[in-house]
Design a protein around this ligand. Structure first.
Ligand code: PMP
Length: 479
């Protein structure tokens, strides 16, 4: 506890402590994704949460439509049941490495796999990047063991993001996230995005089939005997809430099977009900080989991620007499934190008991309907996309040219929303020229009233920013 200084005898202890903390924050904490100039001005300090509501250190209250900023808090803030489950587990046993069995790891894996027919193994780690790294290591080891190291290339899609480590960044298609961090790991190869609004194939009859064909084109160009896997988000998150075009997934799945390419589904954002199904891939009637998940697994109550595989993948990574090192020789120290698995189990039980997957689908539809109504009024809303409580609004100079607005516009809209007590997300220094998308991912407990408030406040914020933009939009003085 920080003590009051003698020079401030009349200050309230709590206010004083908060002021001290804010000063210390500005001096000592290096904030994620934050330019120094913004950090120097001070960033908000959130101090309490309940449901979808957050309070900052100045006593301001917010409706959080971003699930903790980055699509995390699926069951909402302040869940005593999860805290209790973690507390009980920590008192009973906090840790032993994942090479040994534990009650919570076994219980959660069993319950999770009930939601994922066709999968049989759960590998624990502690972040989305790490879950994807595990998948990449599996692919590389399968290549070494079964294909003389040849089938080692991993394809990823333009605009998708798979993590912050050098390997997962090497597999990410967002140039502003990658800039300055090279050189990258070799043999991660990009394929084109599947955003129909930004159609790269205007002559194609069927966009979904054409966009999927782009995957096969790259496989054939690289040589199918060199391509081990493709990693894809079911719905691209940070790259602009890109919902797949019709027919896309079935084709992608067929192409992977035809060329013996493993399909890794990055459900780090989409997993655990976000899109109105337990997992995003389940909307499309396909069966990936590996599924990774993180954010909603324990809704941010603990750092836990999973790499889930089919029995086929597990069987490919076993030792034999000739190959004693042939099993998956990998460990995640913090994948053995038992409170994470206890939190994940409580989180899953809440989603189940409160029907939050259905609620995500129903409230998501209401949210999209609200945004589509706004799109009829505002010429600068070019596209509205989403599934479940996972939605994006792409902003353009006008609906005909589709020229993306400057990123200052979504930044200004997010700031106006915050002024009015609503927290929303936006593409943040991700892709040059395309940081023009607002995103929304309220906790899956959102009510009709919450959804209507999000749409109403956004409407007010947009009216103000678009009016200003129109006033400023003289040739010499444009935002
Ligand atoms: N995959 C996707 C789709 C993500 O959006 C993210 C994080 N935003 C990651 C992976 C990486 O997760 P983490 O930050 O937990 O490493």
């Amino acid at each position: 506890m920080i003590k009051l200084t003698e020079s401030t005898p009349t200050a309230q202890p709590e206010t004083c402590e908060l002021e001290d903390l804010k000063n210390q924050d500005q001096q000592h904490v290096w904030h994620h994704l934050t330019p120094g100039a913004a950090a120097a001005k001070g960033v908000p300090m959130f101090v309490r949460g309940e449901g979808l509501q957050l309070w900052d250190s100045d006593g301001n209250q917010y409706l959080d439509a971003s699930a903790g900023g980055v699509w995390v808090t699926n069951v909402g803030y302040g869940r005593r049941e999860i805290a209790d489950a973690m507390y009980q587990q920590l008192l009973e046993l906090n840790y032993f490495a994942g090479s040994m069995a534990s009650k919570p790891a076994t219980r959660f894996a069993t319950r999770l796999l009930e939601k994922m027919p066709g999968f049989s193994r759960v590998y624990y780690s502690s972040s989305g990047s790490e879950a994807n790294e595990k998948a990449f290591k599996m692919v590389r080891q399968i290549s070494q063991k079964h294909y003389q190291g040849k089938k080692h290339k991993i394809l990823y899609r333009d605009r998708d993001y798979h993590g912050t480590t050098i390997a997962t960044l090497s597999a990410s298609g967002q140039n502003e996230r990658r800039d300055h961090f090279g050189p990258f790991v070799p043999d991660f190869i990009a394929i084109p995005h599947c955003c129909e609004y930004r159609n790269q194939y205007p002559d194609a009859e069927h966009y979904g089939l054409r966009a999927a064909q782009a995957l096969e084109d790259v496989i054939l160009q690289e040589g199918p005997d060199t391509v081990g896997a493709v990693i894809l988000e079911p719905i691209t998150a940070g790259g602009g809430i890109i919902t797949p075009p019709e027919g896309y997934w079935q084709h992608v799945s067929d192409i992977c099977q035809r060329h013996n390419v493993l399909l890794i589904m990055d459900e780090v954002v989409c997993g655990l009900g976000r899109t109105g199904a337990w997992f995003g891939y389940q909307h499309f009637g396909i069966q990936p080989d590996i599924v990774t998940m993180a954010k909603g697994v324990a809704s941010g109550y603990a750092a836990i991620s999973c790499t889930v595989t089919s029995e086929h993948v597990y069987a490919l990574l076993q030792e034999s007499e000739e190959d004693t090192l042939g099993y998956f020789r990998d460990i995640s120290t913090f994948g053995g934190c038992l409170a994470g698995q206890a939190a994940a189990l409580a989180n899953l039980e809440i989603i189940e008991r409160e029907n939050l997957v259905d609620n995500s689908a129903r409230m998501g539809k209401r949210l999209l309907d609200g945004f589509r109504t706004l799109a009829e009024h505002y010429p600068m809303i070019g596209d509205v996309r989403g599934m479940g409580l996972f939605a994006g609004i792409e902003l353009v100079e006008d609906k005909v040219t589709k020229v993306p607005v400057h990123e200052r516009i979504p930044t200004a809209i997010a700031a106006e929303c915050k002024q009015r007590g609503l927290l929303i997300g936006r593409t943040n220094r991700s892709m040059s020229g395309y940081n023009n998308i607002l995103n929304f991912s309220p906790a899956l407990i959102a009510s009709e009233g919450d959804i209507d408030n999000i749409v109403r406040i956004l409407d007010d914020a947009m009216a103000k920013v678009f009016n200003q933009h129109a006033a400023w939009a003289s040739p010499n003085d444009k935002l």
